[in-house]
Design a protein around this ligand. Structure first.
Ligand code: ME8
Length: 516
């Protein structure tokens, strides 16, 4: 039986169109989902939109629309984008869906039954943009002397009747959780931040609002809606059928990984496990916080006029080159700065000139000079087995080990080194010269290369699924030889068959205006 693997992204606020940060996170999660499937795991992969809360209500009011209408339109753009980016989600959840309201009310009742919810008055500094209250001590000063949240967003002194969650009760259990599971929060810097925060003491958390009604109603107190983060975090349980104690919940909970950005670590590693402990549910196995993407070193914003539509980037550069760039260029967990020039140069150097060129040179040579098929009979030389061993080590060992740790750039670096080794081998062995002098040796060289290309295409397929599929189709690789299990061992395929190879990674050019 395949081992289950439940993976989620954050759910995105559909108060505007998706930006490159949304694409980055979801592509990384998709790579991981595809990777785990190729490792033989039974994967459930969820993404979606976080549609409640004051931020949505205010944006809709500003536009003279209902929040539902705004959510319907914007959520549609997220879904369209993820389909374009070839995101293999099993569920795209919307928090306005019926089963999500049911799950949120169920977790609320479970926390209440455990004595962890009580009614009180709340006063504090509230940031609508972050949907969070802050302590006076956490605030920073803006340029005009005004108070701002630690994220630099405006805060307002707010007083309201509110339900509270006894977060303070969970300080010790949380510290124990972090202590017993050092991998629960990654990377290490984020873990240290959370440890410091929780060690500093936890205050009870305001978890309902009466000032607006766009949210999940509090059961038994219908003039309150839940604080948006209570319902948002619960999406991870909704997706596996909670509160029904059936197959998906039993099989996939606790989640293996919540993949999120660095700005929402506290919600996922403090509030969420505390809610779950209170509701008597197991906590997720791991939370990984990736870094932020900057546009030529700057945060994208409407006022700077540097916002990017990730769908347009995909149209301009291709889906697979964009996916490859995002995982190859930046160390996952750290911030990164992107530019069109960097996408083009990464694509041209590594995908077009190195891997694409290798595959195209070898496959079209076989199509032209061997009628598309042959069986190699000449002996395997040491150079052949050395190359094959190097490629196999990169594809079946180094890349998977790195990807398991979410060290995508390091895994792709090992893969790239194997591509370089193949290109060096092809130059040295010069099969085009052997065509006239030693056809049997030429066939052995080509068979060795085809096996290497199969390994390389399979290993990179979580990142470049369409291109890999086209290469594997051209190599006539059967469906059951396209996963990591099929890269084990020392087998060789002596019989090679190639069918209509075509270049899969074109060289990209920068339009004149972008290169100046
Ligand atoms: O935070 N680079 O939604 P969101 C990389 N609804 N990642 C970025 C980014 C950037 N420039 N900007 C944002 C929310 N992100 C909540 C989550 S989960 C139960 C609720 C990441 O639309 C961000 O860190 O503001 C988050 O993981 C995701 O995009 C959605 O952000």
């Amino acid at each position: 039986m395949a081992e289950p693997y439940y993976l989620t992204t954050a759910i995105h606020y559909p108060n505007g169109r998706p930006h490159i940060g949304h694409a980055y996170e979801t592509i990384a999660a998709d790579v991981l989902a595809r990777f785990q499937r190729l490792r033989g795991r039974e994967v459930r992969f969820q993404t979606g939109t976080d549609e409640h809360g004051l931020k949505m209500a205010q944006k809709a009011r500003e536009l003279g629309r209902t929040p539902r209408d705004l959510a319907d339109e914007m959520s549609g753009y997220f879904r369209e984008l993820f389909d374009k980016l070839n995101i293999s989600y099993d569920r795209f959840i919307r928090t306005t869906e019926q089963d999500h309201h049911r799950a949120s009310q169920a977790i609320w009742r479970a926390m209440e039954a455990n004595g962890d919810l009580y009614l009180d008055r709340y006063e504090g500094w509230y940031s609508v943009r972050d949907e969070a209250y802050y302590d006076e001590s956490e605030l920073i000063e803006g340029e005009g002397g005004e108070k701002l949240s630690p994220q630099g967003t405006p805060v307002e002194w707010t007083v309201e009747e509110s339900w509270f969650f006894r977060l303070s009760k969970y300080q010790e259990p949380l510290l124990e959780l972090y202590h017993d599971n050092p991998e629960f929060i990654r990377p290490e810097t984020r873990r240290n931040e959370v440890l410091r925060f929780v060690e500093g003491g936890l205050r009870d958390l305001s978890v309902s609002r009466t000032s607006f009604d766009w949210g999940v109603k509090v059961p038994g107190a219908e003039d309150h809606v839940m604080y948006v983060w209570v319902d948002a975090l619960t999406n991870y349980l909704t997706g596996v059928g909670y509160p029904d104690d059936g197959d998906p919940l039993r099989k996939f909970w606790p989640a293996d990984l919540h993949l999120i950005g660095k700005d929402i670590v506290r919600f996922h590693t403090v509030y969420w496990p505390a809610f779950l402990m209170s509701a008597g549910m197991p906590v997720p196995k791991a939370v990984f916080a990736h870094g932020f993407l900057l546009n030529r070193g700057q945060k994208e914003s409407k006022s700077l006029g540097n916002t990017t539509d990730p769908g347009e980037l995909a149209d301009r550069f291709g889906v697979d080159p964009l996916r490859y760039f995002l995982l190859r260029e930046f160390s996952f967990g750290q911030d990164g700065s992107w530019s069109p020039e960097a996408i083009v140069s990464r694509n041209n150097a590594e995908l077009a000139n190195s891997f694409g060129n290798l595959a195209q040179r070898v496959l079209s040579f076989i199509a032209k000079n061997c009628g598309g098929t042959f069986t190699a009979t000449a002996p395997v030389l040491d150079v052949d087995s050395a190359l094959q061993a190097k490629v196999r080590q990169a594809c079946a060992d180094e890349l998977p080990v790195a990807f398991e740790k979410l060290a995508f750039a390091a895994g792709l670096e090992a893969w790239m080194q194997a591509v370089f080794a193949c290109n060096a081998y092809i130059d040295e062995q010069a099969p085009w010269a052997l065509r006239k002098t030693d056809r049997a040796r030429m066939e052995r060289v080509l068979a060795t290369l085809c096996e290497c290309i199969r390994n390389l295409a399979v290993a990179v397929s979580p990142v470049t699924p369409r291109a890999s599929e086209r290469i594997l189709d051209a190599l006539c690789v059967p469906a059951d030889r396209r996963d990591f299990a099929a890269l084990q061992g020392n087998e060789r395929a002596d019989t090679v068959r190639v069918d209509s190879p075509a270049p899969v990674f074109p060289r990209l050019e920068l339009p004149a205006e972008a290169s100046t």
